[in-house]
Design a protein around this ligand. Structure first.
Ligand SMILES: NC(=O)c1ccc[n+]([C@@H]2O[C@H](COP(=O)([O-])OP(=O)(O)OC[C@H]3O[C@@H](n4cnc5c(N)ncnc54)[C@H](O)[C@@H]3O)[C@@H](O)[C@H]2O)c1
Length: 384
């Protein structure tokens, strides 16, 4: 077996997502074809209580610090996964890139459009630093298959596209407030900034960019327990529906696309979906029924029959896992990391699926900013 190149990583932000990356790196032997692998050598968080789990599980960690500048100064660190709240994206991402460390940053990649543009300006000044943004859902087998369909373009004329990302835990009014409900930390986007990148990932990759949109934004829960016996205001949007008009990037005709980002969608626990309806071919996939891809092929006058196919474990990057088994969230994270490491190590034209580029994060911000304006004014907003 050939020796894999080790890429020495630091993690900044050791919370929910930091741990997911650490575990993905420990599952690397599951991947059969990658020529490089991440090695976690440094961790940083302002909350030291998180460190024991990492150091107890990863002997490779040599630097443990509350100060992220220590990771930027460390020669041992080549690349960084940064998973911190949105108000810190601009400062930390810019500092990471200026320090010459490759970056997988978390979405939305800047708290707002202006912050995103400043991150991209720094990235442009450092073309040798590899920068990508995290979003793992299109790596589910059904998401990946829908992307292959998009490349083949079997739709006939696209009738409409629906893409969304739904949560429901906020239906519980007694759930305590957290930073995602605070404008100064999460950003004015609210659920749009939090969930929008996932819902927009495949549309952006397909160049289905809205030329104009109208948005309906709602705040369902206005206050939550503050964890100290009182109540705190919920400042950010809970739910957003974007009604977009898109021009087909090659064929030019217009079609409607809806993007939904809901924190309060009763019964939906982490549901990501994509649906493309066409005159000749339609496809839909939802993580609610993880195994199943639905497709319908149609010829004039013929029957209109949706087919259900259980895809099994058909991933972008081959693994040891048998094709008869199921795929889940942690598999999608592993696949996304395989894509990041693969493109970083050996960029080429025929990669199975790339992580989000900085330019795609900018398009996302333009869409979300237009949605905020539309939500506030009640008007349809053109994308600039
Ligand atoms: N890709 C996904 O599916 C997904 C899922 C959830 C969250 N996210 C994104 O990941 C990012 C982090 O979210 P999370 O849910 O992991 O949050 P979290 O609150 O669980 O973790 C964030 C961590 O950052 C730490 N931190 C804050 N300031 C810091 C600083 N100055 N230096 C170092 N560490 C600092 C906090 O102490 C905390 O441990 C956000 O951008 C969020 O949108 C992505």
């Amino acid at each position: 077996m050939s020796i894999k190149r080790k890429i020495r990583f630091g993690i900044i932000g050791c919370g929910l997502m930091g741990r997911e990356f650490a575990v993905a790196s420990a599952r690397w032997p599951a991947l059969l074809e990658t020529k490089a692998q991440p090695d976690i050598v440094a961790i940083c968080d302002v909350n030291p209580q998180l460190f024991d789990w990492y150091t107890g599980n990863f002997d490779s960690i040599k630097i443990v610090t509350p100060n992220y500048q220590d990771l930027l100064a460390a020669k041992e660190v080549e690349a960084i996964y940064c998973a911190v709240p949105h108000n810190l994206h601009e400062k930390l991402y810019c500092d990471i890139i200026r320090a010459g460390k490759h970056l997988l940053g978390e979405k939305p990649f800047g708290i707002d459009l202006a912050a995103n543009q400043r991150i991209l300006a720094v990235s442009k000044l450092h073309p040798n630093v590899f920068v990508r943004c995290s979003s793992e859902y299109p790596f589910y087998p059904g998401g990946h298959q829908v992307h292959r369909f998009i490349l083949d373009n079997p739709w006939g004329r696209i009738i409409e596209v629906n893409s969304g990302y739904l949560h429901s835990s906020d239906l519980n009014f007694s759930k305590p407030v957290n930073w995602k409900r605070m404008v100064d930390i999460n950003g004015e986007y609210g659920c749009l900034g939090d969930l929008g990148m996932h819902a927009l990932h495949l549309p952006l990759r397909s160049r289905w960019i809205p030329k104009r949109l109208s948005a309906s934004l709602s705040k369902v829960v206005t206050q939550r327990p503050d964890g100290k016996g009182g109540m705190a205001p919920c400042e950010t949007w809970d739910n957003a529906t974007l009604q977009c008009e898109v021009n087909h990037p090659i064929e030019g005709y217009a079609f409607p696309m809806t993007i939904k980002t809901y924190r309060i969608a009763p019964g939906e626990t982490d549901t990501w979906y994509i649906e493309v309806l066409g005159t000749k071919f339609s496809a839909r996939y939802t993580t609610k029924f993880t195994k199943t891809l639905q497709t319908m092929r149609y010829e004039d006058g013929g029957p209109q029959v949706w087919m259900n196919e259980d895809l099994g474990y058909t991933s972008a990057y081959k693994t040891i896992t048998g094709g008869i088994f199921e795929f889940g969230f942690t598999d999608a994270i592993l696949q996304m990391w395989a894509a990041f490491i693969d493109e970083f190590n050996e960029p080429r034209d025929d990669m199975p699926f790339r992580c989000i580029t900085p330019e795609e994060t900018l398009l996302q911000h333009k869409i979300l900013t237009a949605a905020l304006e539309s939500g506030k004014t009640g008007k349809t907003v053109a994308l600039v």
